[in-house]
Design a protein around this ligand. Structure first.
Ligand SMILES: Nc1ncnc2c1ncn2[C@@H]1O[C@H](COP(=O)(O)OP(=O)(O)O)[C@@H](O)[C@H]1O
Ligand SMILES: [Mg+2]
Length: 248
């Protein structure tokens, strides 16, 4: 599904070069829910932006569904972002002037696929994510958790290969954050979605199948979830603590 091979990315500031990603390799299988954790500034957002080709990278390869995305031209890329990828951001990125349902349908409207099926898909997603009762409301009239569930539904309207989420619970209280994580689990289990989530929240990450820990631009550790979520969260916290201890 997604393969990242020996990825390097640095930023040029003036004459200085700051390496951020220094040889990242990992892959994600269809139907997996995987998260990336790492200290602030460790390059998590940079990694997501490379995968969606919003920023160029220096070296390495990113294959999505077997295709090398660095070879795509602008038309291919906009098709990729609209059809093959779904995005969920920390600050929701909903359009204030559109209702919940219209926001969910937006990727279809943008790609000119406004058919009856679109309405049905949006209705179904509203049911799955428990936002049917607010589908005619505007973003200003709903809670943070409801906004983010709307964003998750929007990310899924085109049946993307992969959903990319950057700190999706970062602006939410723990209860709303939990409903958003539940919506990802629903997407994974009911809609067979593949989800790649950046987070610094060990609680959110503990619901994933796997967690990739980033440190100093490389994959520090891969952790696989066992049966018990709480055990996994403890394991994550221990690894993060050990990782920051080594840094001192
Ligand atoms: N456009 C940019 N130009 C220069 N440096 C950047 C740019 N974007 C991010 N950085 C730097 O790269 C590092 C990684 O940033 P980022 O990927 O946003 O980390 P994270 O999401 O893990 O907090 C940080 O030190 C940040 O300051
Ligand atoms: Mg970030």
């Amino acid at each position: 599904m997604l393969q990242v091979k020996d990825l390097y990315k640095s930023y040029q500031v003036g004459r200085q070069t700051y390496p951020v990603l220094r040889g990242i390799t990992f892959s994600i299988e269809p139907g997996e829910f995987v998260s990336v954790m790492g200290p602030s500034g460790s390059g998590k957002t940079t990694l997501l932006n490379c995968i969606s080709c919003y920023i160029p990278f220096d070296q390495g390869e990113i294959l999505l569904d077997g295709q090398d995305i660095s070879k795509f031209n602008e038309t291919d890329l906009s098709h990729l972002r609209n059809q093959k990828l779904g995005f969920v951001f920390q600050d929701f990125m909903l359009l204030d002037g559109l209702t919940v349902k219209e926001n969910i349908m937006l990727p279809r409207i943008l790609s000119g696929q406004t058919d009856k099926e679109m309405e049905r898909s949006a209705d179904r997603l509203c049911q799955v994510f428990d936002i049917s009762h607010i589908q005619e409301k505007y973003p200003a009239e709903i809670s943070g958790g409801e906004k983010q569930r709307t964003a998750v539904a929007r990310a899924l309207i085109n049946h993307p290969l992969l959903v990319l989420a950057d700190e999706p619970t970062g602006n939410l209280d723990s209860k709303s954050g939990r409903t958003v994580i539940e919506s990802f689990l629903q997407a994974q289990h009911s809609l067979n979605a593949t989800i790649f989530m950046v987070t610094h929240d060990s609680y959110a990450a503990s619901f994933c199948d796997r967690v990739i820990l980033l440190k100093d631009g490389v994959v520090h550790k891969h952790l696989k979830s066992g049966k018990d979520r709480k055990e996994f969260q403890k394991e994550l916290l221990d690894s993060i603590q050990e990782m920051s201890g080594e840094g001192r």
